[in-house]
Design a protein around this ligand. Structure first.
Ligand SMILES: Cc1cc2nc3c(=O)[nH]c(=O)nc-3n(C[C@H](O)[C@H](O)[C@H](O)COP(=O)(O)OP(=O)(O)OC[C@H]3O[C@@H](n4cnc5c(N)ncnc54)[C@H](O)[C@@H]3O)c2cc1C
Length: 455
């Protein structure tokens, strides 16, 4: 009797809200059944955690090299900071007129550029002190779909909306329990690659991780419009803006340059202090802070002459984060290694970017001396006291200043491919990544189109 009443109530609500009576609405009864969690045990050669800038490349490389591969991503699409974070201008693939990072990342970037009728920068022209001229603007959503297509073509099994809650090592690999929406999965893998950007998997696995007392700010990427920049009285805007900061109406350092904000109409102009993406809790705080900052600023700017109609045209789903945890690896790349272009015996990819540490005052990039290109040693991708475990991306083992350059996207893509190729060889040979031959690793990487560092 109770059930009948509930059924007819659901049908009535449906009919009222849709303005018609449809017997199909009775299917809503299905929702009354208990929501069962699907439990599964899966086995794979290689498990990649995190489908971001480095992780998609790692997964594609493993799949293309013939390994069974699972990619676990807690978001809803691939690409991480490059796509979900809206930092869709990867750099830097060329240094001093030569290509230093190619392979799978470059393949994806080129396809995204072609399919969007965009143009590549002229890499033969030196960028001078404006290194961003050598970054490649890509259509973020398109990049995400292309990455997904390439993962599927490579046979990678994608698991969105999942995250590890337990990681236990054994003699031959790792057992990783992931939780998702209606899923609880035990994944048994031979090799694990942490591409979370936060060394999250390493930390859950009990490996040691490093973090600074103070980290770089994050940024919520957005686009504003509805005004004509050329008709603005910028002296008035700047002085009213700084008065609002002094009054405490706006937060100091959030938008360190209102002129840049209005000229560019958004993009990479905001700073969210302490933004941390490591856990759901910290990332929630960072997201709310980024969005509140935008709302506060929009409300204020709309009180100024010429900006009355300013509006938000677009906004990313989350605050992009620059710095959290990194692993304590077999080797820690130092700033000195980076700026002197040290070529390690176990170098597996190149990296080229200025030292680029953001703080509350903004950033003053320190350009590398002419001819310098840094390298990434395999040991910096392997946590101390680990077996069958690698990382790729910004959480590699490095000191803070080296990390501020190593973290950029082309470098992360190069690391993703290199870490994965190391995992492939380790898997084939029943070894741990630190035991494989670097020459064999270079050979595999070259066969998959990567540029391999040479002494
Ligand atoms: C505002 C900003 C501006 C930047 N500007 C530039 C620039 O101009 N040029 C440039 O090249 N680089 C730039 N960078 C740096 C660069 O974008 C990042 O350092 C790089 O993309 C990091 O790559 P990653 O693979 O390590 O991490 P990400 O790309 O962030 O990928 C990590 C992935 O792991 C997933 N993940 C995280 N935790 C879990 C978990 N527990 N379970 C499952 N999945 C998880 C995330 O959802 C994400 O998809 C910028 C960064 C920021 C934040």
């Amino acid at each position: 009797m109770e059930k009948m009443k509930r059924r007819s109530a659901i049908a009535t609500i449906g009919a009222v809200s849709l303005g018609l009576a449809s017997p199909r609405l009775l299917k809503a009864d299905v929702l009354q059944k208990p929501y069962a969690v699907k439990k599964e045990i899966l086995k794979t050669d290689i498990l990649v955690i995190g489908g971001g800038t480095a992780g998609v490349i790692a997964a594609i490389q493993a799949g293309r090299a013939g390994c069974s591969t699972i990619l676990v991503e807690n978001g809803s699409m691939l690409g991480g900071t490059t796509t979900t974070g809206g930092v869709s201008f990867p750099g830097i693939f060329f240094a001093w007129g030569k290509q230093i990072i190619s392979g799978i990342g470059w393949e994806l970037v080129q396809e995204a550029v072609t399919l969007n009728d965009d143009e590549l920068p002229d890499f033969s022209r030196p960028h001078g002190r404006q290194h961003w001229h050598h970054q490649v603007r890509v259509n973020g959503p398109l990049y995400a779909i292309l990455a997904e297509e390439k993962c599927i073509e490579a046979g990678v099994s994608l698991r969105f909306y999942e995250t590890p809650v337990n990681i236990t090592g054994n003699r031959n690999g790792w057992t990783v329990t992931t939780m998702g929406k209606g899923t609880q999965t035990e994944i048994q893998c031979n090799q694990l690659i942490d591409c979370t950007g936060n060394a999250y998997a390493a930390s859950i696995a009990g490996l040691s991780v490093l973090r600074e007392a103070e980290t770089q700010p994050g940024t919520l990427m957005f686009e504003i419009g509805g005004y004509d920049y050329n008709r603005l009285d910028m002296d008035m805007v700047k002085s009213r803006f700084s008065e609002a900061v002094q009054r405490g109406e706006l937060v100091k350092g959030e938008f360190y340059n209102v002129d840049a904000l209005l000229r560019s109409g958004g993009d990479n102009v905001q700073h969210v202090a302490g933004a941390d993406s490591t856990t759901s809790e910290t990332h929630t705080v960072a997201n709310i802070a980024g969005r509140a900052s935008l709302l506060r600023t929009v409300r204020f700017l709309r009180t100024l002459p010429g900006l009355e109609k300013l509006k938000i045209l677009d906004m990313q789903n989350e605050t992009a984060v620059r710095e959290t945890y990194r692993i304590d690896g077999l080797y820690q790349v130092t700033q000195e290694d980076y700026v002197t272009g040290r070529v390690f015996d176990d170098a597996v990819s190149y990296s080229y970017y200025p030292i680029d540490l953001h703080d509350e005052h903004g950033v003053i990039p320190k350009q590398l001396k002419e001819g310098m290109v840094a390298t990434v040693p395999l040991r910096s991708l392997i946590p101390k006291n680990s077996r069958n475990f690698l990382v790729a991306g910004r959480c590699l083992s490095s000191d803070r200043l080296a990390n501020s350059a190593l973290r950029v996207q082309a470098s992360c893509m190069g690391m993703g491919q290199a870490a994965s190729a190391a995992a492939v060889l380790a898997n084939q040979q029943g070894k741990s990544p630190h035991e494989i031959s670097i020459a064999a690793l270079h050979e595999l990487l070259a066969a998959h189109g990567a540029v391999v560092p040479t002494v």
